[in-house]
Design a binder for this molecule. Structure first.
Ligand SMILES: Cc1cc2nc3c(=O)[nH]c(=O)nc-3n(C[C@H](O)[C@H](O)[C@H](O)COP(=O)(O)OP(=O)(O)OC[C@H]3O[C@@H](n4cnc5c(N)ncnc54)[C@H](O)[C@@H]3O)c2cc1C
Length: 257
């Protein structure tokens, strides 16, 4: 079942009572973790934080995050459980499921031991265990222009995750723009980055204008857009106004391409 019964039935939900949840958090905190290599700086991307790091932040952190139970009524009790682990169907035959939001750097034996304490997963077979991935990115604020060109060599364009954007859509968007810019450069045409009031522009504006010290990748968020001229309190209306402004500004950028 999906949250609030919206969407498909792709999820299986493993409900925890309070005691089970607190024992699970304690296990995560005490679990064996993979040690970083000497050359690795342990800086986690906030959107992909390992669950054991979240558990160490506070015993209720996961209950308000990846394990939040709201809208997932247990049909046996008619109530929301204390916490939930959601399993998302991973293949057409429904033989594989992944644990939603469970990035982890626990060792493989640690994962097998701890994840088998999730209610319902006592006898689970693990097809693939979790591991963290490392992002490699350049220091874009120091070396890129806002049209994704290397300052020292403007005929070299960068795109995607290596520039400090994060995510599928963001990387594709950045690749699309880099392609447009490279084509215009090659043909000797003028070209400009989209205005920062658009999502495409905000996405480029961030890595180029962020502080080079401690620079970290970023997803697109409403926080990257410049403020509206007039303050709008209601979130939905504010976002609509940001979207309307973005579409209008994108259109005029497009017509000047
Ligand atoms: C496990 C995992 C889960 C993720 N989950 C999500 C998610 O749920 N949602 C989301 O939005 N994002 C997610 N991401 C992030 C997303 O995958 C990346 O942000 C995005 O794929 C980056 O796209 P890219 O084209 O910039 O780089 P990549 O997809 O990394 O493509 C770079 C390509 O360049 C190739 N390459 C590297 N070096 C060379 C070379 N020297 N010569 C030739 N080719 C080379 C690589 O083989 C690769 O094919 C996830 C990433 C990982 C690793």
């Amino acid at each position: 079942a999906s949250r609030y019964d919206r969407g498909g039935a792709d999820y299986l939900n493993c409900p925890f009572d309070k005691e089970q949840y607190l024992a699970f958090i304690e296990n995560l905190c005490k679990g064996e973790k993979v040690s970083p290599h000497d050359f690795e700086k342990v800086v986690h991307f906030e959107g992909c934080m390992p669950i054991e790091v979240l558990a160490e932040r506070g015993e209720m952190t996961l209950a308000f995050g990846a394990m939040k139970p709201v809208g997932l009524r247990d049909p046996r009790t008619g109530r929301d459980p204390f916490a939930v682990v959601q399993l998302r169907q991973d293949d057409r035959h429904a033989s594989l499921y992944n644990l939603v939001g469970f990035q982890t750097k626990l060792t493989y034996p640690g994962q097998q031991r701890i994840f088998r304490t999730i209610p319902g997963l006592e006898n689970v077979n693990f097809a693939r265990l979790g591991s963290m991935h490392r992002n490699t990115f350049i220091n874009s604020p120091a070396c890129l222009t806002e049209t994704l060109q290397l300052k020292q060599a403007p005929d070299i364009f960068f795109a995607g995750q290596i520039t400090g954007v994060e995510g599928y859509v963001e990387s594709a968007a950045s690749g699309f723009l880099a392609g447009l810019f490279a084509a215009a450069y090659h043909q000797g045409r003028n070209f400009q980055a989209p205005p920062p009031t658009t999502a495409l522009g905000a996405l480029l504006n961030y890595p180029v204008n962020a502080s080079p010290e401690g620079f970290q990748p970023m997803n697109i968020t409403y926080g990257l857009f410049p403020d509206l001229e007039k303050r709008i309190r209601k979130r939905r209306e504010r976002r609509q106004a940001l979207a309307d402004r973005a579409l209008a500004d994108l259109e005029s950028w497009r017509t000047n391409l």
